[in-house]
Design a protein around this ligand. Structure first.
Ligand code: NAP
Length: 245
């Protein structure tokens, strides 16, 4: 049954898909805890929301802050029924570049931050017997790419973590939803060459919220990426190595 969210957290709400999710949730009367590092962007977003939310400044690499911050947000919102983890980075790397510092940062933001928030949400929702945990993965999770070593790895880890979480808490009524977009027109990919089947952040957000409301498990956005990635996954490694992907 479709669920309407009354209180939600969006981690990574200051820009792109996260900001649009917050806007669309607020339009339905949901109170949103807006989490990210950029204070001005979050306050500006909050002022524009149909239902005012609350701003929380947080760097997702500060893992130790998460348990107390999570409880604080739940108290201030007066409850919680969804957590959207949309924080992420896509480092610009040359195909031949090895940069461990950048790789570490990518895993910290895209994976470890998700685990810190996902663990808190899973424990609360398991006790509640309901709730939704949503993470934005990517089609990039489906194959290792020479041009995005750590990004592809971080998204594959996202898929695996979310599946494990679903297998752990799905039986207690918790919805665990993995969203796998292709290119989305946000600051993350600004300046990159034109990409196929690009969608707006608004459309990505709308599909994400709908998937969460219906308790879907893994959703390609737009849907066309499911058969495309199905074919790409079948390309044998010796051939894939020769492709410029
Ligand atoms: N755009 C695409 O084409 C595309 C495609 C597939 C998947 N995705 C995924 O979708 C998600 C959202 O991306 P987007 O396109 O909306 O990107 P975006 O516009 O660049 O937004 C990224 C968000 O992540 C937050 N963030 C980054 N580092 C953070 C940190 N250390 N602590 C807290 N928040 C942090 C940013 O907030 P602050 O900088 O204010 O902290 C911002 O709110 C990402 O996981 C991305 O990988 C995007």
């Amino acid at each position: 049954m479709a669920k309407t969210f009354k209180q939600a957290i969006v981690v990574g709400a200051s820009s792109g898909i996260g900001a649009e999710i917050a806007r669309q949730l607020a339009a339905t009367g949901c109170r949103v805890g807006l989490v990210a590092r950029r204070e001005e962007e979050l306050h500006a977003l909050n002022r524009s929301l149909a239902t005012p939310g609350k701003v929380f400044i947080h760097d997702v690499r500060q893992y130790d802050e998460v348990p107390a911050l999570f409880q604080q947000i739940c108290r201030e919102l007066g409850g919680l029924d969804a957590v959207f983890y949309t924080a992420g980075i896509l480092p610009r790397q040359e195909p031949e570049e090895f940069d461990f510092a950048l790789d570490k940062l990518t895993v910290e933001v895209n994976v470890l931050g998700l685990m810190a928030w996902g663990h808190e949400a899973a424990q609360r929702f398991k006790t509640q017997g309901e709730g939704a945990i949503i993470a934005i993965s990517s089609v990039a999770a489906d194959r290792g790419r020479r041009g995005m070593l750590s990004y592809a790895a971080s998204k594959a880890a996202t898929d695996s973590y979310m599946e494990s979480l679903r297998n752990r808490v799905g039986r207690y009524g918790v919805r665990v939803v993995t969203i796998k977009p292709g290119p989305v027109d946000t600051p993350m990919i600004a300046g990159m060459p034109n990409m196929p089947f690009m969608i707006s952040a608004g459309v990505a957000a709308q599909r994400t919220i709908t998937a969460a409301q219906h308790g879907a498990t893994t959703v390609y956005v737009p849907f066309i990426w499911r058969p495309i990635m199905g074919v790409i996954r079948l390309i044998p490694s010796f051939l894939f190595q020769k492709l410029n992907l």
